[in-house]
Design a protein around this ligand. Structure first.
Ligand code: 5AD
Length: 412
C-alpha cells in the first residue's frame, strides 16, 4: 500500500522484494519500479504538485476567463497575446499553475527523459544565429563514424535505460541517405529505442527511407513563423520550403517535434503568438522551443539572448493549447537559467527533459551556442528512466496515443 498526493492505493511490488514500510518509491502503472532517497522524492514532489494557493478572486476577470476558456476551446490570437504580455506576479503564477494542472490531468506524473547524440558539427547552411553555420570555419568540426554513433546509442539505451534518442547534426551531406538508413538499422537491431532524426533539409525521399528503416520521429524546427524574419536570417533557404518539409514529414507518419526560437532580433510578442498558433496548426506531436543565445562568430553575436520568462510563458501557453503534447524543457532554457530553468520549465507545463549523450570528446565542439548546461542528470535518470521492458511499452502507448486517435500509427 502506498500513499501519494491522491490518497492511498495498492501497488504491485513484485519487482522489489526488499521494499520496507517507509521507503520512498517510484511507481508506474501501479507497479513499483525503484526506490528513491527521501531528498530526491521531495525535490520531485515539489515539482509535480500544482500549486493551489492562488486566490483567484485577485485575478483580473479577463485573464481568468482566458485560463478557463482553454478547457473548452482553442485560444484566440489576442488572448494568447494577453497571456504573453502579463508581468503581474499573480497572473503569472495562475498561468503556470494552470499549465501544470493541465499537464498533470492529461499526462499524470509521467516525465520522460530523452537523449540527444550530436553526431556531426558540419553544416552547409548559414543561419545567422547558429554557431555551426558554414561561415564559422572548419576549426574544431567533427564527424562521428557510424560505429561511434551506434555505440553511443547502445550505451545510452542498454546501460542507462534511454528509450528515445535524437540523432542530430548540422545539414551535413557527407552522410548520404543510405548511410543514415544503415545507422538507423544497426541501432534498431541492437536496441529497443525510438529514433528521432534531426538532420535538417534533405530530400523527403530520404526521410521516407529513414522512416522505413525504423526512424519514428523528426526534430525539425520552423524557427519563426514570420516569413520575412525567416528569410532574412536563413540565407539561401525559404520559409515556405521549411513548412513544406514539416507537412511532408507529418504526412509520412513521422512523429513531429517542432517549434521556434524565442528572442530573435526583430521578433515581437505578436510574432510569438503567431509562432504558437503555427505550431498548433501544424499539429506538432512534440513542442520544442528555446531562447536564442548569441553565439560567437555569427552575425547575431552581439544581440541579447531571449529571456527565460517569455520561454516559460510559451511553454505554459503551449500546454494550455496542447494538453497531451510532449513538451521537453530544452537545453537552451537550462543554459540561461541553469537548474532553476529546468525546475521552472517542468512546473510550467513541460513534461520531459532532453539530455546530451554526445561523447565527451566531441561535446565542446558542437557549438550551436556557447556554454551548454548540464547537471544532475543522474538524479533525473533515476526518476525518468526505468530499465524494464515494460517502460518501453508505456512510452509507446503514451507517445502514440495521439496517433492512434488520428488513426495513423501502425506500431513500431
Ligand atoms: N541559440 C539557441 N538555439 C539555437 N539553435 C541554433 N542556434 C541557436 C542559438 N544561437 C537551435 C535552432 C535549431 C536547433 C537545432 O538549435 O532552433 O533548430
Amino acid at each position: 500500500m502506498v500513499k501519494d498526493s491522491r490518497g492511498e492505493k495498492e501497488i504491485n511490488a513484485m519487482m522489489m522484494p526488499d521494499l520496507k514500510v517507509g521507503d520512498w518509491i517510484l511507481y508506474a502503472s501501479n507497479i513499483a519500479v525503484h526506490k528513491v532517497s527521501e531528498e530526491d522524492a521531495m525535490e520531485i514532489l515539489a515539482l509535480l504538485e500544482p500549486k493551489s494557493h492562488i486566490d483567484l478572486s485577485l485575478l483580473d476577470k479577463e485573464f481568468l476567463d482566458i485560463l478557463k476558456a482553454c478547457h473548452t476551446r482553442g485560444l484566440e490570437r489576442d488572448e494568447i497575446i494577453r497571456l504573453l504580455k502579463t508581468q503581474d506576479p499573480t497572473e503569472l503564477e495562475a498561468l503556470f499553475s494552470e499549465a501544470n494542472t493541465i499537464r498533470q490531468a492529461n499526462l499524470k506524473d509521467f516525465f520522460c527523459i530523452h537523449g540527444i547524440v550530436e553526431f556531426s558539427s558540419y553544416c552547409v547552411r548559414n543561419c545567422h544565429y547558429c554557431g555551426l553555420r558554414r561561415d564559422s570555419g572548419d576549426a574544431g568540426r567533427y564527424r562521428m563514424s557510424a560505429s561511434e554513433i551506434v555505440g553511443a546509442v547502445e550505451d545510452a539505451v542498454n546501460k542507462r535505460g534511454y528509450k528515445l534518442i535524437v540523432l542530430q547534426s548540422g545539414d551535413d551531406f557527407y552522410y548520404t541517405d543510405d548511410m543514415l538508413v544503415d545507422i538507423i538499422r544497426m541501432i534498431k537491431e541492437r536496441c529497443k529505442v525510438f529514433i528521432f532524426m534531426s538532420v535538417g533539409e534533405r530530400s523527403l525521399e530520404g526521410y521516407k527511407k529513414m522512416k522505413a528503416a525504423g526512424a519514428s520521429g523528426v526534430l525539425f524546427r520552423f524557427e519563426t513563423s514570420s516569413r520575412e524574419l525567416y528569410n532574412s536570417i536563413h540565407p539561401g533557404q525559404s520559409y515556405d520550403e521549411r513548412i513544406a518539409y514539416l507537412k511532408g514529414m507529418k504526412a509520412m507518419g513521422y512523429y513531429v517535434a517542432s517549434g521556434f526560437l524565442i528572442g530573435l532580433p526583430g521578433q515581437t510578442l505578436d510574432g510569438i503568438a503567431d509562432d504558437i498558433i503555427t505550431m498548433k496548426s501544424l499539429g506538432v506531436n512534440m513542442v520544442t522551443v528555446g531562447p536564442f543565445i548569441p553565439s560567437a562568430d555569427t552575425p547575431l553575436s552581439e544581440r541579447p539572448a531571449g529571456d527565460a520568462m517569455t520561454t516559460l510563458k510559451v511553454i505554459a501557453i503551449a500546454r494550455l493549447l496542447m494538453p497531451k503534447t510532449k513538451i521537453p524543457v530544452t537545453t537552451a532554457l537550462e543554459t540561461i537559467e541553469s537548474e532553476e530553468g529546468r525546475r521552472l520549465g517542468l512546473s510550467s507545463g513541460g513534461n520531459s527533459l532532453m539530455f546530451n549523450l554526445t561523447p565527451e570528446r566531441y561535446r565542446d565542439f558542437y557549438r550551436i551556442y556557447p556554454n551548454k548546461y548540464h547537471g544532475k542528470e543522474e538524479m533525473w535518470e533515476k526518476y525518468g528512466l526505468f530499465k524494464e521492458a515494460l517502460s518501453y511499452k508505456m512510452l509507446e502507448k503514451k507517445m502514440f496515443e495521439v496517433f492512434e486517435e488520428e488513426g495513423k500509427y501502425s506500431g513500431r
